[in-house]
Write a protein that binds this ligand. Structure first.
Ligand SMILES: NCCCNCCCCCC(=O)CS
Ligand SMILES: [Zn+2]
Length: 634
């Protein structure tokens, strides 16, 4: 598995700038790039990345997507004076030329392709390219929305051609619809394009009918274009996470891409004048973390929009920090998506039902009266405020947002715990594990006995059991003291170890401990104090087992595709776990587990988005090593 994160930046891309007054384009300033880079430096993130130089994209590479005419027009602007530049710019919707624009746009293309090469060659695992002008609005024969060449679309065509890829996922989390990308790939089933965007029932720019949820692709491309319109402003972390859990991630796992490219616009973040949304910078760490679980981690993040310099910089840092494998910061605030977001999520799922296995059982009965419904919704929304109150409605609120960003930002990029993963390896096992792993010495028996005696002494008689608890407790202690980030212990009885780990963590002072138990859990610690949440994925109905508020059992059977597993984890376990906001996660795999190794590794990897990635895995013997790899392989 490749390692390392590439960072591609060339300050020459800051020369492109607006020479006349234009209230629409004046937010796309050179400082977007330089201040993001400075922010990365201030958090010591640049030095941790692999520097990869930008290059000029060739004319041939640009012609993979654009017409010769478009290329020639762009090229001809290099020698124009301001008046001519202004005139050419007026041919396009929201675009401006500068004498250096053509050169900068070729650098943006080249930087993007350099990142694709670095990732596809295995030189790095993932990376980010800080580029401008952005690309996702530009079309075969036109510049649009600050974009001249479609960097991400060219990258996808380039990767198909040079590396023979057949499945590329493009995730566009910019707050605008990347209609350029949609037009280029809408008949192409080898490129899955997902975009969410501010839409407000087609009121918001670019105000296209084809940006709505029912634009699912054309011909062979049907089902491979996913539009999630936001019909209200003020969308926040909970709405973005719900969109990933209930739309993008199940599709992405079913699609199983060989490469993931992100049209990474941060105008969907809080404070941005274009987006007017409320999602905070750490949400981009979570979104990045989720996408890192696809395509063996081959992830190329390409900058698109983002016009609030402070919010942009913090979000860029959150993204790069996560690409580097750092623990994911806790998401705070409400966890329920708003009504309008749920409406959009339901609509796009219903529109895609015919094209996706994981949606086979989707109930679309609500759709019948949708046409009147959305009309009614629109009318209703004009007065009722059943949505997030939009915190940034008028300018004195903007001050509040600025204040929020100042206060909120300075300490959310915490120092990384020195060691990532702890394990009790039998002699020599350290050779299997990556450099992140620290071997922890066993606790001695007397210490264990005294520690455990207050809990399950009646259950713990045999020494073998006692010893197994010792290794888990030794690791758990390091996690609770935040000396390590996560750990893994083998155990002859995962159920007992999990129960002790839960009790021990609560006694240590953790207020919300999540336990995901795979297999039938003989012991269920009492959870009524709300300090534990147990999700039990069990093969068969547990006779007489009552599901109480904090103990949920999910009946499970191994199925042919394994797709149901993804939608169960993504559509149920993660949303429940995220709404619980645990500060520690215990995952335990019992004897008759029903999930394959890959399923467990994915579950562990996805659960690392919680509790600042504090997770302890208690595994029955045979699967120990592979799970260790997925733990320290973040
Ligand atoms: N009433 C007309 C308003 C037009 N606004 C155009 C905004 C273009 C934004 C492009 C962008 O941010 C790329 S990521
Ligand atoms: Zn944008």
């Amino acid at each position: 598995m490749a390692s390392g994160t590439a960072l591609i930046y060339d300050e020459k891309m800051a020369t492109h700038k607006l020479l006349w007054s234009d209230p629409i384009c004046d937010i796309e300033v050179p400082e977007r790039l330089s201040s993001s880079y400075e922010q990365l430096k201030s958090y010591h993130l640049v030095e941790r990345c692999v520097p990869v130089p930008a290059r000029e994209g060739s004319e041939e590479e640009i012609l993979l997507v654009h017409s010769l005419e478009h290329l020639e027009v762009a090229k001809s602007t290099q020698t124009m004076n301001e008046e001519e530049l202004k005139r050419v710019s007026e041919n396009y919707d929201a675009f401006f030329f500068h004498p250096s624009t053509y050169h900068c746009a070729r650098l943006a293309v080249g930087a993007t392709l350099q990142l694709v090469d670095a990732v596809m060659s295995g030189e790095v695992r993932n990376g980010m390219a800080l580029v401008r002008p952005p690309g996702h609005h530009s079309q075969r024969n036109a510049a649009n929305g600050f974009c001249l060449f479609n960097n991400v679309a060219i990258a996808a065509e380039y990767a198909k051609l040079k590396y023979g890829l057949q499945r590329i996922l493009i995730v566009d989390w910019d707050v605008h619809h990347g209609q350029g990308i949609q037009y280029i790939f809408e008949e192409d089933p080898s490129v899955l394009y997902f975009s969410w965007h501010r839409y407000e029932h087609q009121e918001f720019w670019p105000s296209l009918k084809e940006s709505d949820y029912d634009a699912v692709g054309l011909g062979k491309g049907k089902g491979f274009n996913i539009n999630l319109p936001w019909n209200k402003v003020g969308m926040g972390n909970s709405d973005y996470l719900a969109a990933f859990f209930h739309v993008l991630l199940p599709m992405a796992f079913e699609f199983d891409p060989e490469l993931v490219i992100v049209s990474s616009g941060y105008d969907s973040g809080i404070g941005d004048p274009e987006g007017q949304m409320n999602a905070t910078p750490e949400v981009f760490a979570h979104l990045t973390h989720f996408l890192m679980q696809l395509a063996n981690g081959k992830l190329c993040v390409i900058l698109e929009g983002g016009y609030h310099l402070k919010s942009l910089g913090e979000s860029v840092c959150m993204t790069v920090k996560t690409l580097l494998g750092d623990p994911v910061p806790q998401i705070t605030g409400e966890m329920a998506p708003c009504l309008s977001a749920v409406e959009s999520i339901q609509n796009v799922r219903a529109a895609h039902k015919p094209y996706w296995k994981w949606l086979a059982y989707e109930d679309t009965s609500f759709l019948q009266n949708l046409s009147t419904k959305s009309h009614l919704l629109k009318k209703a929304n004009s007065n009722t405020s059943t949505e997030h109150e939009t915190k940034i409605t008028n300018n004195n609120n903007t001050v509040k947002v600025e204040r929020f960003l100042e206060l909120h930002m300075k300490n959310i990029l915490f120092p990384v715990p020195p060691i990532k993963t702890a394990t009790i390896g039998s002699e020599g096992s350290e050779h299997f594990l990556s450099e992140h792993v620290q071997l922890v010495k066993e606790m001695d028996k007397t210490e264990i006995k005294s520690l455990v005696s207050g809990f399950y002494a009646d259950l713990v008689e045999e020494d073998k059991i006692l010893l197994s608890l010792g290794s888990m407790l030794a690791i758990l202690d390091k996690i609770l003291k935040k000396e390590v980030c996560n750990g893994i212990a083998a155990s002859p009885t995962a159920a007992l170890s999990a129960a002790v780990a839960l009790r021990h963590s609560v006694r240590f002072g953790f207020q919300r401990v999540l336990c995901v138990f795979v297999g039938d859990m003989q012991i269920t610690p009492n959870t009524e104090d709300g300090k534990m949440l147990i999700i039990n994925i069990c093969e068969k109905e547990q006779p007489g087992k009552t599901s109480c508020k904090h103990c949920i059992s999910l009946n499970w059977k191994e199925d042919a595709e394994g797709n149901d597993f993804f939608s169960a984890v993504l559509g149920f376990i993660l949303p429940v776990a995220y709404s619980y906001q645990p500060n520690l996660t215990v995952i335990a795999v019992g004897p008759n587990r029903s999930l394959g190794i890959s399923g467990i590794s994915l579950l562990v990897a996805l659960l690392q988005g919680l509790a600042e990635s504090r997770i302890v895995a208690v595994i029955e013997h045979p699967v120990v090593l592979s799970t260790t790899v997925s733990l320290c392989d973040l």
